[in-house]
Each structure stands twice: as structure tokens, then as C-alpha cells.
Design a protein around this ligand. Structure first.
Ligand code: HEC
Length: 293
């Protein structure tokens, strides 16, 4: 008798769990029909990829590699028919609300970014043109020099072809950044011409260190495996004017250098402190007066 009850209870609890696992994931028709407000462009697919790598790859694995985390049910590969049979609206809905082991991303990833992840998943849809290809980076080489007279950086780029020879890289973006203590600051990019060359004009407003030196980093995009060229201590921009007072460690020694907000908050603080002291003294006098009476 007890055995039967146990079995009954077990079935009662286990069945719904199986039901949840076995259930088809139905998306309401109005959600399913929503179109992607983020355009299907290389830029959006790339942004979506970065987000996918951070938020989804740990469970769904690398696209096309079939290496998901062994959960129940198994998180489908991005390239799989199971994933690709979803409409863009389905994908957006499912990643927003989650189900079982699949987390909901409604609160952690912005609307725009969730749609960008949809664009990344659609990059593997057979009905679409694949914008982003997972090909290994091409070996390349960069040469760069600075012309201090006209403030330009002259670049030459070449890549290693299948035969192992180097030929010029045509129509490829080269990225210029300013080396800073904490990471690099992108200045801009230019495209190589038919000779694999390009000139980048350093913005005239760029401010270097006290002597006017900057360090420029020249690099190729992620499609190429090339060493960055680091042009150290280039004298091409204005020197930074460091006020004498700061250099001596005396920042606000004259009223001319004193910002208004600092003056006001100083007066406020000192005035407030004196008012508080005055109030306490006044109360003490009052207490003494009453105790005498
Ligand atoms: C913790 C693991 C985990 C993470 C992280 C995760 N998923 Fe999932 N995902 C799952 C599981 C498990 C399922 C299967 C759910 C089911 O069918 O019950 C799933 C299912 C899905 C589905 C539905 C596929 C179908 O069958 O139609 C989509 C779409 C999806 N995930 C997208 C994403 C996206 C996009 C991200 C990142 C923003 C993500 N997932 C992150 C585990 C995860």
C-alpha cells in the first residue's frame, strides 16, 4: 500500500518536470511576427557576436562546432535547424523570457543588444547572406613611419598569400590609436589604396605630453594577424601647457585660480560650522541661566 502511495507521489512530482522539459516552446503569434528593428548589417552582426560570446557561448557553444553544455534539454547550436527554424521574433522572445535552464535576458541585456544577438544568429540562416565569416586571420605585415613636417603617418601593408609570398594589401582599413597609460584611444582609420599604402593625418588638435610627444599605435583589423606598429615619441602635436601652480603642488594659491563652486562650498562649510558652535554656546548659556533661577 505504502509503496503505491510513494510511487503515486513520485509520479505526481516527476511528471510535471518531464512535461516542462518535453514541452514545445510556443511563442505567442504577435511576438513571433515582430521584425528586427536593428538592421542586418555587418556592424550589428559583429556587435551581436561580441554579446553572444559573453552571454550565450558558455551554454550554446561556438557556432557550428556542436559543443554545447550538456544540459537537459541540450542548448541548441546557433547553426542548427532547431535554432534556425525560429523567426527573428521567436529568437528575441525566447532569449528575453528564458525557460528552464535557459536564463531570461530581459533585464540584463538591453533591447537593442538583444536584437543585435538575433542578427548574429541570423548570420547563420540559409535564407540570408552570411555577413560575418569565421575564417582564421590572414598573416600580414605593417610598416609605418611618421612625417613630422606635415603631421601624417605613412603606412604600407602586405599579407602572406597561400604560396608564402607577400603581396600588397588593397582596400583594407588601418586603425590609428593614441597610446595612453590606460589602453589606447582610437583616433581614426583609413583604407589602403591600390599600392597597399595610405596616409593618415594626425588631428591638429591632438595634445601630447609636456614636450609635445605622442605614441601612435598602427594596427590592422581583426581579420589580419599582424604585429602593431608602435611609433614612439613622435613630435607632431602641441605640447601640453602645464600651469606652474599645479607643477609646484600649489593648486589654488591665488583667487584667480579658485573655482566658484569651491569658494561657495568652503564658505558654506565654514559658516555652517560656526553657526553650529554658536548654537551650542547659546544653549549652554541658556541652561546656566535657568539653573541659576
Ligand atoms: C545557462 C545556460 C544558457 C545560457 C547562458 C543561454 N542559454 Fe539559450 N538555452 C539554454 C537551454 C538549456 C535551452 C533549451 C531550453 C528548452 O528548450 O527548454 C536554450 C534555448 C535557447 C533558445 C531556443 C531554441 C529553440 O529550441 O527554439 C534560444 C533562441 C536561446 N536559447 C538563445 C540564447 C541566447 C541568445 C543566449 C545568450 C543571450 C542564451 N540562449 C544563453 C541554455 C542557455
Amino acid at each position: 500500500m505504502y509503496k503505491r502511495i510513494n510511487l503515486f507521489i513520485a509520479v505526481l512530482f516527476v511528471l510535471p518536470a518531464f512535461q516542462v522539459i518535453g514541452q514545445d516552446w510556443v511563442v505567442p503569434a504577435e511576438n513571433s511576427a515582430i521584425e528586427n528593428p536593428q538592421e542586418y548589417t555587418l556592424k550589428n552582426v559583429k556587435l551581436g557576436k561580441d554579446l553572444y560570446m559573453v552571454n550565450c557561448k558558455s551554454c550554446h557553444g561556438d557556432p557550428g562546432k556542436n559543443n554545447p553544455l550538456p544540459l537537459v534539454p541540450v542548448p541548441p547550436d546557433v547553426v542548427s535547424d532547431q535554432m534556425q527554424s525560429n523567426s527573428v521574433g521567436d529568437l528575441y522572445y525566447k532569449m528575453s523570457i528564458g525557460k528552464g535552464a535557459m536564463p531570461q535576458f530581459e533585464t540584463t541585456i538591453s533591447e537593442d543588444n538583444r536584437w543585435r544577438i538575433v542578427n548574429f544568429i541570423m548570420n547563420y540562416n540559409s535564407n540570408r547572406k552570411q555577413l560575418l565569416e569565421d575564417k582564421p586571420p590572414v598573416k600580414a605585415q605593417l610598416l609605418a613611419s611618421i612625417n613630422e613636417d606635415d603631421g601624417t603617418v605613412n603606412v604600407f601593408a602586405e599579407y602572406e598569400d597561400k604560396g608564402g609570398d607577400y603581396s600588397k594589401l588593397v582596400d583594407v582599413p588601418v586603425i590609428f590609436s593614441l597610446k595612453k597609460t590606460f589602453g589606447n584611444l582610437e583616433l581614426g582609420e583609413c583604407i589602403t589604396n591600390e599600392n597597399g599604402r595610405s596616409d593618415f593625418i594626425i588631428p591638429g588638435s591632438l595634445i601630447g605630453n609636456e614636450e609635445g610627444f605622442v605614441t601612435i599605435v598602427v594596427s590592422l583589423g581583426e581579420d589580419y594577424e599582424a604585429k602593431d606598429v608602435i611609433l614612439e615619441n613622435a613630435k607632431i602635436c602641441m605640447s601640453k601647457e602645464v600651469p606652474k601652480l599645479i607643477r609646484q603642488g600649489v593648486i589654488w594659491s591665488t583667487n584667480d585660480n579658485l573655482p566658484m563652486w569651491l569658494l561657495l562650498s568652503y564658505i558654506g562649510m565654514v559658516g555652517g560650522a560656526w553657526l553650529a558652535i554658536g548654537y551650542v554656546v547659546f544653549q549652554i548659556i541658556k541652561i546656566r541661566k535657568y539653573s541659576k533661577e
